[in-house]
Design a protein around this ligand. Structure first.
Ligand SMILES: [Zn+2]
Ligand SMILES: [Zn+2]
Length: 80
């Protein structure tokens, strides 16, 4: 009586690792892509976010007044 091993039924296929989160962003004021520091408006979080680079955050009171920005990753909350 030959013994027949079941073939290919023991292990599920390995799951691929999830892709890294998209780190692409650009400043909504000067359009600089992937600047060093990303300041994101905490109030404009719909389909599109409002981001400012470390240069334009100094002008946030004139280009995006009245909103609150958070340095990403959110460690500091800055209100203009
Ligand atoms: Zn900018
Ligand atoms: Zn905003």
């Amino acid at each position: 009586m030959p013994h027949n091993e079941p073939y290919g039924s023991s292990f599920p296929p390995p799951m691929p690792p999830p892709p890294p989160p998209a780190m692409h962003w650009w400043c909504n004021n000067c359009r600089q892509v992937n600047s060093m520091s990303r300041y994101q408006c905490t109030l404009c979080r719909g389909n599109d976010t409002y981001d400012l680079c470390e240069h334009c955050i100094g002008h946030a009171s004139s280009v995006h007044p009245g909103h609150t920005f958070a340095l990403m990753p959110a460690l500091h909350i800055i209100h203009y």
